[in-house]
Design a binder for this molecule. Structure first.
Ligand SMILES: *Cc1c(COP(=O)(O)O)cnc(C)c1O
Length: 371
């Protein structure tokens, strides 16, 4: 038995020799950034691949979230989920916007649309839901509320690259949708991200905002930021696009083996399939309930002792971090489902190159704990 460490993810990289011609082009042209050829190519290739109207590339998804809020001039309060990566709510604080946490639905694991209405105040301007684990939020329920109350929806789609719902990319919902290409995500450019927008004017405004607000050499139209993706990242992204379908297929095989292994273990719940949903297998969360003989944290520790580094995504909840926990909406009593899920979850290793024998070590460790 191997005792090599197994991590929750291992970034996919294309063969290095495939990248060298792009590097030679960058070295020859000295075009390193500022929306040069690779940047333009990659924006178009992504829009085609995802089947979305407009893509604006960013240096990472966090700056993209901050910019998306700026683009729509979001102020006051925004309703969001405590069950996410901290960047979701941080992007609100960076805009001086008040996050209002609403509990999650036990099936979508993101904003419970039936609880959103009660959290709306005269200061509410938008909803920021997350497609958690690349699975669809309640896009219809949330859109109905947004339409009724005149709110914007900005999706944090950081997990959702390549996932499809009702024949559309998950990044194709909401007013704006933000993708992450961080090293740990399904699709990576080392660091990177994008905003998907629906019309040319909005894309134009986003593109001004990510470049200090410059409209031309002498005209600055907004207090923009520097969120531009570099040519290196864009060149890598072009290559990664050639491999993404195979990567997702391989992830799918890993997920199937886990599904089969855990089907008969009492106390380990997994996420099932959804109608009209094509997953990207970005994460493989298990939920350790009271029926399991050891606690979630004990199982997490046993895995770690066996060299298997799962992650408790998402624990603690965002609402429990010091910069959020004083808010009335952060109180535990209002977020019972989010707390239960955060206390049960472990994300298991899943990545394209995870071998069958390494995966078997993960499965055996959990099986042993179950008996
Ligand atoms: C990774 C992640 C982000 C941040 O993405 P970066 O590209 O690392 O800035 C935001 N939201 C969620 C849900 C994420 O998982």
């Amino acid at each position: 038995m191997s005792d090599e460490k197994i991590y929750v993810t291992r970034p996919f990289l294309p063969p290095l020799e495939e990248l060298l011609p792009s590097l030679e082009r960058i070295w020859a042209t000295r075009d390193l950034t500022n929306g040069a050829a690779f940047h333009r190519e990659f924006e178009q290739a992504l829009a085609r691949y995802l089947g979305v109207p407009f893509v604006s590339l960013f240096t990472n998804a966090t700056i993209a979230l901050v910019t998306a809020l700026q683009c729509l001039r979001i102020t006051g309060e925004v309703i969001t989920t405590p069950y996410s990566f901290v960047a979701t709510a941080h992007s609100l604080l960076w805009n001086g916007v008040e996050p209002v946490f609403v509990d999650i639905d036990p099936h979508t694991l993101t904003l419970d649309a039936s609880r959103v209405e009660a959290a709306i105040t005269p200061r509410t301007t938008a909803i920021m839901p997350v497609h958690v684990y690349g699975r669809p939020a309640d896009v219809d329920g949330l859109q109905r509320i947004a339409d009724t109350y005149g709110l914007k929806i900005i999706y944090d789609a950081a997990h959702a690259f390549g996932a499809r719902f009702r024949g559309r990319s998950l990044a194709d919902y909401g007013d704006l949708s933000v993708l992450s290409f961080h090293a740990t995500k399904v699709f990576n450019t080392f660091e990177g991200g994008a905003i998907v927008s629906r019309d040319a004017q909005t894309k134009q405004r986003i593109d001004y905002l990510k470049n200090f607000g410059f409209a031309d050499e002498v005209t600055v139209v907004a207090a923009g930021i520097n969120g531009k993706m570099s040519e290196f990242q864009a060149a890598l992204g072009m290559l990664q696009l050639d491999h993404i379908d195979a990567s997702i297929r391989q992830r799918g095989m890993v997920a199937q083996r886990y599904d089969a292994a855990f089907a008969d273990i009492a106390g380990i719940d997994v996420l099932g399939g959804l109608e009209q949903y094509v997953p990207n297998y970005s994460y493989y969360p298990i939920f350790v309930s009271r029926d399991f003989p050891v606690s979630r944290d004990d199982l997490y520790a046993r895995l770690r002792d066996a060299g298997i580094h799962g992650r408790r995504y998402f624990y603690p909840l965002i609402s429990d971090f010091p910069m959020y926990r004083g808010r009335p909406s952060a109180a535990k009593s209002g977020l019972p489902t989010a707390h239960r899920i955060a206390d049960e979850v472990i994300c298991l290793p899943i990545y394209p190159e995870l071998g069958v024998s390494d995966q078997q070590r993960v499965i055996d460790c959990i099986r042993t704990a179950a008996t």
